[in-house]
Design a protein around this ligand. Sequence first.
Ligand code: ADP
Ligand code: MG
Length: 315
Amino acid sequence: MNVATFIAMGTVNTITLFEPDTQNILPRVFEYVKSMEQKLTVHHSDSEIMRLNANAGIAPVAVSEEVFALLLRAHAASLEEGSGFNFALGALTRLWRAYQKQGIVPFDTQIAAARALCDPHLVWLDAGSCRAFLTQPGMSLDLGAIAKGYIADGVKRLLAEAGIERATIDLGGNVVLHGQSPKQADGLWRVGIQQPYAAKGEYAAVCRLPAVSVVTSGVYERYAEAGGRQYHHLINPQTGYPFDNGMLGATVIAPDSTEAEIRSTQIFAQGAAGAADSRSDVWRVLIDKEKRMFVSRALLPFFELKDAAYQVIPV
Ligand code: ADP
Ligand code: MG
């Protein structure tokens, strides 16, 4: 086994190969992840996304093809009816991030003003010229809920093109399983569903899965407390405040990691009421504060509960 761990995108990433890296593919993978990070980061003013944000209300900006393709998918997902996912949420997430650092809850008036700058209809994309334009000053994009999935799909493509038949890709908890597990007689991978608020690697359940992607949106990932309340990093585009729907986490299992990332935010947003929504055919595991676990029926034969305190509700 050949395990490579590296820091990128502010998180720990692990690529596992099950054969010697004779083609030296791992350095190319790091290079790819790093180059995507440089294009997408909001922490350096010279990234493509920051150039777009800096030109909000001023002028369209040309971006690379791979960034444009990501913007198209993020835009389409944001425009779906009732979507809890919104890539134009930068004005709001910036406000809440400042709060997380300084412990001051933004004023309602600040939230309302920022919310007006988060309408995905106000983003203009031109496929012919690969240009994007945020049409109002103060708008900004936040690709934090989709970038890792998109990059993970890119890593899988690189590995497949190099003829690698089996691997796991873990970009900060966004998991892609490639090929069959060499460790299990059934060829399926074992993937844990993280126990909310517990130490990393403590599982509430374990799934046996084929070559799919597994992505979780969880409120326990990043949060801060103020006045006895907990404010986490998933923002409801409808209200401008962190989601308050009783959900702790939504795990989505789908063939494609970009899709899984988008759906994990959308399904988290739908909460218990939307747990049974069959609009999308992706498998899901939702955990709420009442220790209920909503699990897709199709997944149940491959699902093993590890904590008997949960009530499993098939959906
Ligand atoms: P993590 O980064 O912990 O894996 P997610 O993939 O769920 O978490 O992405 C969360 C990030 O996405 C937030 O930190 C924020 O930047 C952004 N975000 C927050 N709320 C939304 C939303 N409703 N739609 C799209 N992006 C969001
Ligand atoms: Mg995510």
